[in-house]
Design a protein. Structure first.
Length: 222
């Protein structure tokens, strides 16, 4: 079996590359570029740019090694029928979900802002999971997809660390998957939440999973 040893905290983890998937969470223009959902919430979206190159590193290695690569996007149907009213009404954003913005309607499928950033564009054959929630399992076919490929371990990166990345890791952990977050390939609008979000994953002997980084992942695979 193609086993590799990945340096991680709280301890190194041995992976079967045929049973491991890289899942890149929500690296969308709506979160990373000005004029999208992230900015409407009052965030400095430039903070998320630092995850792009590490995600590219992880993605290139995963593709070279033939790992299953999955991309996710958070967003809603154009008629908003899948968007909980409580989510739309939340807070005091400058624009609400579905409102028109410079990259099209905020957080709506099919709009330019909903696209994954060009540097991390999915390749033909790589599944893209469109999800209405923060977690990638909620109301998606991710479970079936992972089961069909006999996946037992998820390497997780993307944005934001404490929101969609961590929610997905918590969902996956409860479903029996081993999860490894790649620290530098994740980012948050709140650097402190990024740091503590990763601490939460690996504390208590790895209560939700492991934390590694993109270079260690690439070195382990290459
Ligand atoms: N993808 C994701 O994390 N969605 C969010 O809404 N994140 C925020 O940090 N707002």
């Amino acid at each position: 079996m193609p086993m590799i040893r990945l340096t991680a905290e709280p301890a190194a983890i041995v992976l079967d590359t045929t049973r491991t998937a890289l899942i890149i969470i929500d690296m969308q223009r709506d979160f990373l570029e000005p004029g999208g959902f992230g900015e409407t919430l009052g965030n400095d979206v430039s903070l998320l740019q630092q995850a792009v190159v590490p995600c590219q590193t992880a993605l290139a290695s995963a593709r070279r090694s033939g790992l299953l690569v999955i991309h996710t996007r958070e967003g809603h149907r154009p008629d908003l029928s899948d968007a909980p009213p409580a989510k739309i009404a939340r807070g005091a954003p400058s624009k609400r979900i579905g409102d028109p913005g410079p990259m099209g309607r905020i957080l709506i499928r099919g709009e330019p802002g909903h696209d994954i950033v060009a540097d991390l564009a999915p390749m033909n054959g790589e599944p893209v999971i469109d999800k209405p929630g923060k977690g990638a399992f909620h109301q998606t076919d991710l479970t079936q997809l992972l089961r069909n490929s006999d996946i037992d371990t998820l390497i997780v990166c993307g944005v934001t660390t404490e929101v969609c990345v961590q929610t997905t890791i918590r969902e996956a952990n409860d479903r029996g998957y081993r999860c490894v977050a790649l620290a530098d390939a994740c980012a948050s609008y709140f650097p402190e939440f990024h740091r503590v979000g990763l601490e939460m994953i690996k504390a208590q002997g790895g209560i939700f999973g492991w934390v590694s980084d993109a270079t260690s992942f690439a070195n382990a695979l290459d």
